[in-house]
Design a protein around this ligand. Structure first.
Ligand code: CP
Ligand code: NVA
Length: 299
């Protein structure tokens, strides 16, 4: 079997993405009685940034499938002391069956994949967060069914999670309305690649209109802590609150990858309100990643 990596949603076909969503729903129903399909498999998690959901969901997911995982925290491995990623990739490949990496620049995780002889999964980098999207698509499918042809709205920063939503739109053929403040648009190459499936502007109200799902994320991602004050000023008017949710379809759901900052990108009332599916979304990280691990490791 050739080694398959998952660095972005473009590494899977549309059918594979949908089959992961279906398998994730199945694995969720099976819970702890799911078959131990990954018995004797081991996973290394190399994290260069903080994490609550991604770390725990990969670790527990591997355990539920009968495998074993080990966590190399930021600062724990020799990478932080200067060992090249290409050396780390070859050493870990001699010992584990899969490498999960959370890092800064995309080229760090792509270098890991280039030199690894086992699958490498991108657990977030500055450009993408593809694992988040598998869970988000599962969550939409559970709450609203068919994904293809729907309209989604991204309100906020044109960041890594937004980029992965853009890839999802072109892979699964849905429409993504994006509203960001001027200067915080997604990367130009992705706007060009996804142009048939996205609509970009600077007005949250226009973006929310017609959407069956409204999504946002923090205004200052990991690594942008020093820009926080400047970003809070630039993003004023971009809080997803009750008034903005009213612009979307009546049965629209609200998603946020978390962690959320109440009173900034989302109001307390929307996050905790009846349209919010954020806790399902967080739980689905576990099931979607089990389905991903099965696909990459078992085919
Ligand atoms: N959504 C997400 O990736 O959360 P963590 O940063 O806690 O892993
Ligand atoms: N955009 C956020 C997502 C956190 C899960 C970040 O990169 O920090």
């Amino acid at each position: 079997m050739t080694t398959r990596h998952f660095l972005s949603l473009m590494d899977l076909s549309a059918d594979e993405i949908l089959s992961i969503v279906q398998r994730a729903i199945e694995l969720k129903q099976l819970g702890k009685s799911a078959p131990k399909t990954l018995e004797d498999h081991t996973m290394a998690m190399v994290f260069e940034k903080s994490s609550t959901r991604t770390r725990t969901s990969f670790d527990i997911g591997m355990t539920q499938l009968g495998g074993h995982s080990m966590f190399l925290a930021p600062g724990d491995s020799q990478i932080q002391r200067g060992e090249p990623i290409k050396d780390t990739a070859r050493v870990l490949s001699r010992m584990v069956d899969v490498i999960v990496m959370r890092t800064t620049a995309h080229d760090r995780v792509s270098t890991m994949a280039e030199y690894a002889s086992v699958p490498v999964i991108n657990a977030l980098c500055d450009r993408y967060h593809p694992c988040q999207l598998l869970a988000d698509l599962q969550t939409f499918a559970e709450h609203r069914g068919e994904i293809r042809g729907q309209t989604f709205a991204w309100i906020g920063d044109g960041n890594n999670v937004c980029h992965s939503w853009m890839n999802a739109a072109r892979q699964l053929d849905f429409k993504l309305n994006i509203a960001t403040p001027a200067g915080f648009e997604p990367n130009a190459d992705l706007i060009e690649a996804c142009r048939d499936h996205i609509q970009i502007g600077n007005d949250p109200v226009t973006a929310a209109q017609g959407a069956r799902c409204v999504i946002t994320d923090t205004w200052a991602s990991m690594g942008q802590e020093e820009e926080k004050a400047e970003r809070e000023a630039a993003f004023s008017g971009f809080c997803v609150d009750d008034a903005l949710m009213k612009q979307a379809e009546e049965d629209a759901i609200f998603m946020h990858c978390l962690p959320a900052y109440r009173g900034f990108e989302v109001s307390e009332s929307v996050l905790e309100g009846p349209q919010s599916v954020v806790w399902d979304e967080a739980e689905n990280r576990l099931h979607a990643q089990k389905a991903l691990l099965e696909l990459l490791l078992l085919g």
